[in-house]
Design a protein around this ligand. Structure first.
Ligand code: FAD
Length: 421
C-alpha cells in the first residue's frame, strides 16, 4: 500500500454518516476539533442527503426521539438546525392489546404530564436528523468525504483504510455504517444476528380523527401497528407483520390496504388514507460480540440492532455516540491516544451493560406481546393492565421512555428542557 499523504491522515475517521455516526462526529469535532492539540476528524459517507426544502412533504421514514436524544442532538449543535415545523412532539403513548377495544379504560396510557414533562419526545424524519448532524459537524470544522469504506488493516499505531476516496490512515476508526457494517466485518468483530421473519410496512397516512399528539400502538396477535403523530397532523404508520402476511398487504390495491389498516387499528383514528407509497423493511436483531478491537469501535446499528416496536434503535445509537465521544474526550484531555485499548474498553463495558438488558426486554415484548397467544402472552398482557393501574410504575416506564435512566453520558443529561412543547 502506498504511503498516505498528509491530506489522507486523520486522527479519527468515522465510517458512516447516518444519524449516529454524524452525531458522534459533531460531538467530537465540537469538543476536540479546535485548539493547539486539535484532532483531525472526518466522516466517510457515500449517500449524503440533500437539504430538505421547507415545503417538501414529510418523509415516511421517521424515528421517535427520546429526551436523552434531544439533549445529545443539542450538544452536537444539530437540534436547532431541524425546522420546528417538521418535528412532531408526542405527549402521550397509548398501548393496547388486540382483545381490548381501542379506547378502553384498560389501555395502557403514558402521559408526559405524569412525569411533569411537556412531552415524551419527538417524531423526526431520519433524513432530517442525518442532514442536521452532518451540517453541525461541518459547521464545527469537520470534513465529510464522499465515498464508502471498503476494508481496513489494523497496525499497532494506526489503521490503514481502503475507501472510495483512496487510502486513508487514522489513529481510530469508528464503524457507524449500519446493520451490515463492513467495518465490523473487516475488523473481525463477530456478531449474532437473527431474522424475525417479519416485515415493517411504513407509510404516512391521513386519519379521519386527529392524532391528539399521541403515539398509538396496538399489539396484534401477529405483530404490532403503530401510528406516530407527525407535525402536519398526519401520522406515520409502522406495521410489523410476519413475512407471509406482508407480501399480500404490500401487493393489494390502496383502498383495500386502507380498509385493512382501519380493521387492524380497530378504528382508533377513524378512516385512514395513504399519503405516501408503502415501504417494506425486513426486521432482525443483531448484537456484536465485542464493540471494540484495537483502534476500532462500533456504534449504532453497526453494534446492535433491535426490533422497532419500542422505537429505541437510533436512541440507543445516539447514546453510544455520546458515550464514545465522552471516553475519547476524557482521554485526549490528559494526552492519551484516542485509539488506545483502555479508552475503547471503557466505552465497550459501559454501553454493552446498558444495551444487553434493553435488547432482551424488546425481544420479550416482541415474543410475548406482539406475537403469540400462549399463557406467557396472556400474562404479559395482564401485566399491561397492572402497569396502567399504578402511577408510580408508570412514572418508572416514562423515565425509561425518555431515555433518562441508566448510566448516561453527560451530553444526554444536560441540555435545556424541551422548549417546543
Ligand atoms: C421500521 C423501523 C422503524 C424504526 N423506528 C425507530 C424509532 O422510532 N426510534 C428509534 O430510535 N429507532 C427506530 N428505528 C431504528 C433506526 O432506524 C436505526 O437504529 C438507525 O437508523 C441507526 O442509525 P445508524 O446511523 O447507526 O445506521 P444507519 O441509519 O443505517 O446509517 C448508516 C450509514 O452508513 C452509511 N454506510 C453504509 N455502508 C457504508 C460504507 N461501506 N462506508 C461508509 N458509509 C457507509 C450509510 O449510507 C448510512 O448513511 C426504526 C427502524 C425501523 C426498521
Amino acid at each position: 500500500m502506498s504511503a498516505a499523504n498528509a491530506a489522507h491522515r486523520w486522527d479519527v475517521l468515522i465510517a458512516g454518516g447516518g444519524p449516529v455516526g454524524a452525531c458522534a462526529a459533531a460531538l467530537l469535532q465540537r469538543a476536540l476539533g479546535t485548539g493547539r492539540r486539535a484532532l483531525k476528524i472526518a466522516v466517510l459517507e457515500p449517500n449524503r442527503p440533500k437539504p430538505i426544502e421547507s415545503e417538501a412533504p414529510l418523509d415516511a421514514r421517521v424515528s421517535a426521539l427520546s429526551r436523552a436524544s434531544e439533549h445529545i442532538l443539542r450538544a452536537a449543535g444539530a437540534w436547532d438546525l431541524m425546522p420546528h415545523a417538521r418535528l412532531g412532539s408526542f405527549e402521550r403513548m397509548v398501548v393496547w392489546p388486540e382483545r381490548l377495544p381501542a379506547r378502553s379504560r384498560d389501555a395502557l396510557t403514558f402521559d408526559a404530564a405524569y412525569a411533569g414533562e411537556p412531552n415524551l419526545g419527538y417524531i423526526a424524519e431520519n433524513r432530517l436528523v442525518q442532514w442536521a448532524t452532518l451540517e453541525a459537524f461541518e459547521s464545527a470544522g469537520g470534513t465529510v468525504i464522499a465515498g464508502g469504506f471498503s476494508r481496513l488493516r489494523i497496525e499497532d499505531e494506526r489503521v490503514e483504510i481502503e475507501a472510495g476516496a483512496g487510502t486513508l490512515t487514522c489513529a481510530l476508526i469508528i464503524g457507524a455504517d449500519g446493520a451490515r457494517s463492513r467495518v465490523r466485518e473487516s475488523a473481525g468483530l463477530h456478531s449474532h444476528a437473527r431474522s424475525y421473519r417479519q416485515t415493517a410496512i411504513v407509510a404516512n397516512v391521513l386519519t379521519a380523527l386527529p392524532h391528539e399528539s399521541t403515539a398509538w400502538q396496538r399489539f396484534l396477535g401477529a405483530g404490532t401497528l403503530a401510528f406516530l403523530p407527525l407535525a402536519d397532523g398526519s401520522s406515520s404508520i409502522v406495521w410489523s407483520v410476519d413475512e407471509s402476511l406482508a407480501a399480500p398487504l404490500l401487493a393489494m390495491p390502496q383502498e383495500e390496504f386502507e380498509k385493512e389498516l382501519l380493521r387492524a387499528s380497530d378504528g382508533v383514528l377513524g378512516a385512514v388514507t395513504l399519503r405516501t407509497d408503502r415501504a417494506a423493511l425486513p426486521l432482525g436483531r443483531l448484537t456484536a460480540e465485542r464493540f471494540t478491537v484495537n483502534r476500532c469501535a462500533l456504534i449504532g446499528d453497526a453494534a446492535h440492532v433491535v426490533h422497532p416496536l419500542a422505537g429505541q434503535g437510533v436512541n440507543l445509537g445516539l447514546l453510544d455516540a455520546a458515550a464514545l465521544a465522552e471516553c475519547i474526550g476524557d482521554a485526549c484531555r490528559v494526552g492519551e491516544d484516542p485509539g488506545a485499548p483502555g479508552v475503547l474498553r471503557r466505552y465497550e463495558r459501559w454501553r454493552k451493560s446498558e444495551i444487553a438488558p434493553m435488547a432482551l426486554a424488546i425481544d420479550g415484548f416482541n415474543r410475548f406481546l406482539a406475537h403469540g397467544a400462549g399463557p406467557l402472552s396472556r400474562l404479559a398482557q395482564r401485566g399491561l393492565t397492572w402497569v396502567n393501574r399504578s402511577d408510580e410504575v408508570k412514572r418508572f416506564f416514562i423515565h425509561h421512555a425518555l431515555g433518562l435512566s441508566g448510566e448516561l453520558p453527560a451530553a444526554a443529561r444536560v441540555g435545556a428542557r424541551s422548549d417546543r412543547a
